[in-house]
Design a protein around this ligand. Sequence first.
Ligand code: KG4
Ligand code: ZN
Length: 346
Amino acid sequence: MYILGIETSCDETAASIVRDGKEILSNVIASQADQHEIFGGVVPELACRRHIDAIIPTLKQALKEASLTLDQVDLIAAAYGPGLIGALHIGVTSAKALSLSKKIPFLAINHIEAHLYAALMSHQDVLFPCLGAVLSGGHTSLVLIESLGTYSLIAETIDDAIGEAFDKVAKMMGLPYPGGPILEELAKQGDPYSYSLKAGHVKKKPLDFSFSGLKTAVLYKLKGPNTNSDKIESLSLSEKCNMAASFQRVAFQDVLSKILLAAETYKTKTVIFGGGVTSSQTLRQLFSEKAPHLRTLFPGKGLSLDNAAMIAGLAFHKWQEKRESDSFGLEPASRIPISSFNPLTH
Ligand code: KG4
Ligand code: ZN
């Protein structure tokens, strides 16, 4: 079954063809990061305008790289949320338009659930229940995965998402968006113990995350406590490297300790990671060194950051479920099913 996936929830216009939930025939990503770089974060208005320009060429490229025509596509799936509503509209509306005109069924897919599915695309032999860790620019949560599609939220951030904290710290230091990859690079030349920082602890909720205080502590350490500005102008390269290394160490150590605690509490031996932050080699290395007793599954190449292969991949399973449970499941586009509600939607 050939599935066309479309993803436009933030600043990547992405389209992909995946066969039977696993085999990626194309995974095209038109990133707008360079457009938002100077603003230190995604500008929604700009993102939507870029999606409008990029959506058709991206779709064409995905079909071309997969050597398929639209008529050979069996199902069209698009991310319907969470994300920037204007940006989501462009992907969803394009998908529905193609669906209606070509009479190909359409399925709406949850972006966060798809992030968690990304790691499963290259691993066939996962034993449930296991732990899922979503570490992205918009979300930081831990979920208990009973099976594909059955999730319980067990922890989340009470303020900033971890990727957002990387982006904001980078912005403070005058570095461009997205902050994560740049901080990881600078950290290689820094001393991770040069600044003493602490990640947030949420009262009575030991598994929850809080990165807002850590981010503010970075500002105060660099500029002193009586600052009004949220940007530090004159930092030397070694100060930037040292702060990048210290911040990254504390943020990732916090993720590690909470995942270790969650795995112990919920008696799980496997952790599935998803989201842009999981592209960090430093994070992957940390888990392989400090959590060798856990099976840690990270997304394959091109599947950590926002992409449409994870949307098309998950859609295959959602479609199988619908076929079994819903008599309207095989109706063409006039009926537009939405993938079932789950705690990852908010
Ligand atoms: O999943 P994603 O592409 O978009 C959202 O759904 O939010 O994640 C983007 C986030 C950005 O905040 C970016 O700074 C972060 O992932 N990121 C990283 C790294 N690469 C990307 N964070 C830390 N280290 C990295 N190497
Ligand atoms: Zn994402």
